[in-house]
Design a protein around this ligand. Sequence first.
Ligand SMILES: C[S@@+](CC[C@H](N)C(=O)[O-])C[C@H]1O[C@@H](n2cnc3c(N)ncnc32)[C@H](O)[C@@H]1O
Length: 408
Amino acid sequence: MLIQIKRQVNTSPLFEISQGWGPGYAQAIGHGPGVVVGPGNDNSNVFAQQFSAQSNQQFKVTSRASSVGTPKASGRFQINWTNSGKFISSSIQIFEVTTQEKIFEFYVTAPARTTNGVLYVVAGGPEDVVRYTEMRLQEIYPINGFETFSKDNELRKKPPAIEATPAKNPKWGTPSYDSDYLRVWFRNTDFLQDKEFMKAYRAGINSGHRIGGATLSSQDIHIEWRILVCCWAAWHAKHLSGDFVECGTNTGIMSLAICNYIKFNDTRKNFYLFDTFCGIPDEQVLPEERAMGLHLQNSDYEECFETVKRNFNPYPSVHLVRGKVPDVLPSQPIDKVCYLMLDMNISVPEKAALEYFWEKLVPGAIVLFDDYGWSGYIAQKSAHDAFAASRGTKILNLPTGQGMLIKP
Ligand SMILES: C[S@@+](CC[C@H](N)C(=O)[O-])C[C@H]1O[C@@H](n2cnc3c(N)ncnc32)[C@H](O)[C@@H]1O
């Protein structure tokens, strides 16, 4: 595809001067040619450059990069789009680099309402160290039918996907499922007619959640397929030895559905629910997660401890453990675990919790990661993938956005 360049957008694309580049530049320069960033992308040597942009402007990013210290590493290209300082979405691309310097080119379109962008110079995963010798941002003349890789992140908040009229496809007609950012045709969705499952689903949805704002309390946010996965996992796990654990409970949509679905009181197991019950600890949010706006989700997770106590009253072996993960984990006498749900929306406590429980998980135990496959949660995915790889296993990326792991 022939691209016509309209303007060179960023200053010092070869890192020849610090002009325009933000904090981190000083640490990244001076290690040979270009800049060296990492390990990981929460290191203080990752940095950024701000530029002005407008809705629908098209850009080309040229990156010259190689790995440092390892034969392979992942580089990461990221632009955060803002409107007068307010985060709109991110465009992210992770690419594999080797010791042999290579050029990577990407194309991206600024989303509606953009006034500014911030171009980041970062490494891909927590272990990666990358040398960049070029990070060039150019505006190009508009091209129709332009293919963008942008993963614009309206998904960063996992908002309820409630659609009054299901979208029709001219060939396929009405979808068989169309919510929670999952639209499918020709699939069997008989679980939506399963009375036992739907009763459990409604028990969860009616937990008094405030997702989407106080006025939407207990509104059906239509996450049936996600809850189905949880219920299936719990059904499987109840036949194993060990207890149930959830880190990140909020009002208990998933855990209440599970208790109802598998009749938890009959299992003679414990269910440990860990949460601050008042939101994500701000100091645990990584800079890149903050850039994605993940800390803004706390408006959905207000103080809810009393509500949760009431919700789980009928289940005497459900233990609400209030506190910050991972600090609070050792406070409970948990020996073996057969079901572990991680749903804290940020990577620091999730990574720590997975490490803490790994040896306690019995063979065949299910670990569910609620945020794993959502495009705004790359930090978490990278951390969990790295941990799984270090234990010789892999996480399955489910179409619901969840990740699933079976303990070998
Ligand atoms: C997405 S909500 C959990 C939703 C829940 N699984 C459900 O089914 O309704 C995320 C929760 O994680 C909690 N959280 C985040 N970081 C935490 C941490 N470090 N320690 C304890 N709780 C945390 C927040 O308070 C919030 O309630």
